[in-house]
Structures are given as C-alpha cells and as structure tokens.
Design a protein around this ligand. Structure first.
Ligand code: SF4
Length: 318
C-alpha cells in the first residue's frame, strides 16, 4: 500500500463521520473591520472586493435558501447525506450578534448538517460569539470549526500586508477557540514575498504548539487593482519560483505536528482579473509536484516535529 505522507481532510472526515461529508458554502452580506474603517480602510494588500468568497451564491439569498440550493446539487450529483455548512466569505463574527445567531441557527436546524465552519479574523473572535457557539455545539451536538486567517506568524510581514492584527491576536483567538472545544483551522500563505523558509518553519511550529486541528495552505495570488498588484507592477517585490514553493510546502509538512489534518495543500485561487496565480499552473499539477517531492525525499508529515514538550530535556533528543 502506498505510504500516506500527510493527513488528508477527506479521509479524516470519512473516519470521523463514517461516510463522505460535503461542504456547503454560505455567503453572508458583510464587511470586514480591516476595510470599513474600524481597523483600517485599506484592507489586506491582497484583498479584492469579493471578500474571499468567490465560489459562493449571491449573499442576498437567506442562509436557508443557500443551504437548500447547494444541498440539492450535492444530493443530485453525489447522493450526499451529511454536510458541513461553511460560512466562508468576509469576517462572519463581525456582523451584529443577533444576526449571527440567526444565521447559525438556520444552518444547524437542518438535520443533515453535522457541523459548521466559520471563517473570521483573529481580532474578531469575541467571547459573546464564541459562548453562543458553545451553546449551539452542546444543544445540537454538532462540530464547530472556527477558521482564522493568520497567513504568516511573521508579524513584520503581517504589518507589510496590512492585516490589521499581529501574531498576538491569533494566539489569543486560538486559545479561546480551543478552550471551548471547537476545532481550530488556520490559513497560511507560504509564499508571501517578505517571508523566508525560516518563517515557513515557524508557521508550522506555532500552529503545532497551539494545537490547530486543521491547516489550509495557500499560495499568494495577485488580483488586479489591489495594493499588492500595484507593488507587483512596480516590481517592488518578486515572487519565489514554483519549485521553491513546493520545497516550502514539503518543509512545512515535515515540521507540522502529525496530529494536524491538512484541509488544503494547494489553494485554487479565483478566476480572471489576475496578475499572478499559482505560476499559471493548475492546482492539481502543483499537488502532484508536492506529492512527488515527498515521495522522492521519502519524507512525511511530522518527521521534524521534535521541538515541543521540552525537547531539549527529553531523552530521545539528547
Ligand atoms: S481580512 Fe479578509 S476580507 Fe478583510 S481585508 Fe483582509 S482579506 Fe479582505
């Protein structure tokens, strides 16, 4: 049997629920404190107007309707039976609390929904929202994932991309999420122009130390009209090659804890209106390159995860 070199999300869900589980994206009308002036008006330098929800239905449809439409599609096409509702676009815990509650309740009332996944920013994981989710988890016996866009642990880079938060807010939110028994999902971009391999390794170490349950890896895409696009056009930075990127992903996989499930090893990126996305290479080709490199180097997830739990004093590392 072929050696499994990292924890694959679809297999993890199958083991957890006993069958294939499908994600239903829901797009809520919303904004982001990093764009509406609360934190900043400029947004992250790579952010386009879509709020990262480019695969979603229009946000003027109710949560119930969006679930209905997406569910019907998956049932017809794959005979799907179990679903996770994925509140994907913008910063979902930034809307008024009562509105947030109503959206979540609409999702969890569906008997085929086994979990919800909520995307937000590290500076928007407030106790009121998390405490409500804890009650929902208990009452409806469902799994709650909270997805934090961290992008990098390098807080100098976070300032350069105008994230409007640094590493501390991520640590604070991660602890709050884990303490309530939710699953923590961390998004990382492994080819930020200001980051090196040292940052990639530190990304793996920090998410492992904080026991993130899942990670989603992305490569940076550059949408025309963004601040990042302007800097790119003016050649203020350069991007690493695809080969170097593959090397970074493999190194990340080696350093990250073997307990973490890799929800996404390559991001697809949006269609059109782009200066740069995935080196003009399809995501599955990049995935193949990563798999091949892991194979060639006969390496695997967690092989270098030897830095936790007082590593210097443990016998096996002396
Ligand atoms: S946090 Fe997300 S929605 Fe907000 S500015 Fe950054 S990328 Fe855009």
């Amino acid at each position: 049997m072929e050696k499994k070199r990292y924890n694959i999300y679809s297999e993890h869900l199958k083991n957890k629920y006993g069958e294939k589980v499908y994600k239903l994206p829901v797009n809520l009308p919303g904004t982001c404190p990093n764009r509406d002036g609360n934190v900043s008006v400029d947004g992250c330098t790579f952010c386009d107007e879509e709020g990262s929800g480019f695969e979603c239905l229009p946000n003027d449809l109710s949560v119930k309707k969006q679930i209905e439409i997406n569910k019907a599609f998956f049932i017809k096409r794959f005979k799907a039976k179990k679903f996770i509702v994925y509140f994907q676009a913008f910063t979902n815990t930034y809307m008024p609390l009562e509105e947030f509650k109503s959206c979540i309740i609409q999702a969890v009332k569906d008997p085929d929904v086994v979990g919800v996944s909520i995307s937000t920013r590290p500076d928007c994981a407030a106790s009121e929202y998390l405490d409500f989710l804890a009650k929902v988890k208990q009452r409806y016996n469902i799994s709650i994932d909270v997805e934090l866009g961290l992008q990098t642990v390098n807080y100098h880079s976070l300032i350069k991309i105008n994230r409007g938060h640094t590493l501390a807010e991520y640590i604070d939110a991660a602890l709050a999420i884990k303490s309530r028994g939710f699953n923590l999902v961390t998004h990382l971009i492994l080819n930020l122009p200001y980051d090196t391999m040292t940052d990639v390794i530190e990304n793996a170490k920090v998410v492992s130390a904080l026991q993130s349950d899942y990670v989603k890896l992305h490569s940076l895409y550059i949408v025309k009209g963004t601040a990042l696009s302007k800097d790119y056009q003016e050649e203020k930075f350069s991007l690493i090659s695809l080969e170097e990127y593959v090397e970074r992903v493999v190194t990340f996989v080696e350093y990250v804890s073997p307990d973490i499930v890799i929800q996404r090893i390559v991001g697809k990126g949006p269609q059109g209106n782009l200066d740069f996305c995935n080196w003009q290479t399809s995501w599955w080709k990049i995935k193949e390159m990563i798999d091949q490199k892991l194979e060639e180097e006969n390496t695997f997830q967690g092989r270098k995860c030897n830095y936790l739990d007082g590593s210097a004093v443990r016998k096996e590392f002396m």
